[in-house]
Design a protein around this ligand. Structure first.
Ligand code: LLP
Length: 388
């Protein structure tokens, strides 16, 4: 079943707002759990950056998932929502001292360390607090994720992680320290990945690295392959739930785990994208000389993905009666910047002032990236709860 909208209750709500279909989120979580049930050494952490709405976080935490955090604020939000500290991993190239201290105090599972200077600071702070921090090194496996340039991260030299050749020296340095313990390797090669063989390549790269480490007598207890599984933006109703079994099977088939080794995942978009919709109201239909503009009351302040990444979301006129004729519009927002465009030459049911317009698949990197630019208010969130 696809996303369902309680249209009658939408009429009285101030737009723009986010609507979340929690029954769809729960079905998505069930699908993930069912897909990992075949693999008892797989552990899924929800990537909080995709959507940190407290209701969403609590829904996910309740189902036993871990959390992947990239800031102290995300760690606090995850703990507050009920994610246990021992299932929280902490990544990020620029962890501030207060964030490291917060994570050490909370007793999180693992720091995904992205540089040697960071390792030194974690070690010093852990020693000062009488703790030993588990660390995994984020390694750039040099695998091309075949995705948008702004969301690809696994190629060799970028701000994230360390190069493969630097891993062994980093582990050796860790062995000399008393405040940190090497537990594993961490990878994340990009986001919105739809060509699943990219994950086969990642697995093969990890196998090579493992063999190199073992030749040096180094034992790795945990491997974290990050997130990245893509979703169907073009037709969310056809694919409301991503093919999780296929995704996990790629790793089960290609990654040679050692006995007792845990495989961690950090899924964000694939968990929450399809349950969320940005709902806006049509302000004006402006008939230009060569095209018509549908001007809505949401802009890149509510959903920045089209302006920032050139990505497109399916757009629907929720107010149109079935069978309404369609028109072609450039769908634009009110922000005073020419990049405030949701889509060009979009075909949708002919709209008039007041019609509700849905921007689908907006549950991931939507509300969480909203801003108050132009002194706009942050969008509210509304939920369909369904039966628990
Ligand atoms: N782990 C790490 C280390 C990451 O950097 C990310 C996403 C994830 C996990 C979750 O990846 P996912 O499963 O969601 O693909 N704002 C952009 C996406 C940025 C992704 C950043 N990192 C967008 O709207 O497309």
């Amino acid at each position: 079943m696809s996303n369902t909208f309680p249209l009658s209750s939408f009429a009285s709500l101030r737009t723009p707002f986010y609507h979340y279909d929690l029954p769809l989120l729960r079905r998505t979580l069930d699908a993930i759990r069912a897909a990992v049930a075949d693999h008892n050494n797989f552990q899924v952490h929800y990537a909080v950056k995709a959507n940190a709405n407290p209701v969403i976080l609590q829904t996910i935490a309740r189902q036993g998932f871990g959390a992947d955090c990239v800031s102290g604020g995300e760690i606090e939000a995850a703990l507050y929502a009920g994610f246990p500290a021992e299932k929280i991993v902490f990544a990020g190239v620029g962890k501030a001292d207060w964030e490291i201290e917060l994570a050490l105090r909370a007793g999180i599972a693992c720091f995904n360390v992205e540089s040697l200077p960071e390792l030194e600071v974690i070690n010093d702070m852990a020693l000062a607090m009488g703790r030993v921090a588990n660390v995994a090194f984020r390694v750039n496996p040099n695998v091309d994720a075949h995705t948008h340039a702004k969301i690809t991260t696994g190629l060799n030299e970028n701000k994230f992680g360390i190069a493969m050749d630097d891993l062994l020296p980093a582990i050796r340095r860790t062995a000399e320290m008393k405040g940190v313990r090497y537990v594993g390797m961490h990878f994340h090669i990009g986001s919105q990945i739809l060509e699943l063989d990219v994950f086969d390549h990642l697995s093969e790269r990890i196998n090579e690295l493992q063999a190199r480490l073992e030749a040096d007598g180094i034992h790795t207890s945990s491997i974290n392959v990050g997130g990245g599984l893509g979703i169907d933006y073009a037709d969310p109703d056809a694919h409301p739930i991503p093919a999780f079994s296929d995704y996990f099977r790629r790793f089960a088939t290609h990654l040679r785990l050692r006995p007792g080794q845990q495989l961690h995942f950090e899924l964000g978009r694939s968990v929450v994208a399809q349950c969320g919709t940005l709902v806006a109201r049509t302000l004006y239909v402006k008939h230009g000389h060569t095209k018509d503009f549908l001007i809505v009351d949401a802009g890149f302040t509510e959903l920045i993905r089209p302006a920032m990444y050139g990505s497109s979301h399916a757009i629907q006129n929720l107010s149109a009666a079935p069978g309404t004729a369609s028109s072609v519009y450039d769908v634009v927002g009110p922000i005073c910047e020419s990049s405030d465009v949701f889509g060009k030459d979009v075909t949708l049911a002919t709209a008039g002032r007041g019609d509700l317009i849905a921007f689908r698949s907006a549950g991931a990197y939507g509300e969480v990236m909203a801003s108050t630019y132009n002194c706009r208010r942050l969008p509210q969130a509304h939920f369909t709860y369904g039966d628990e």
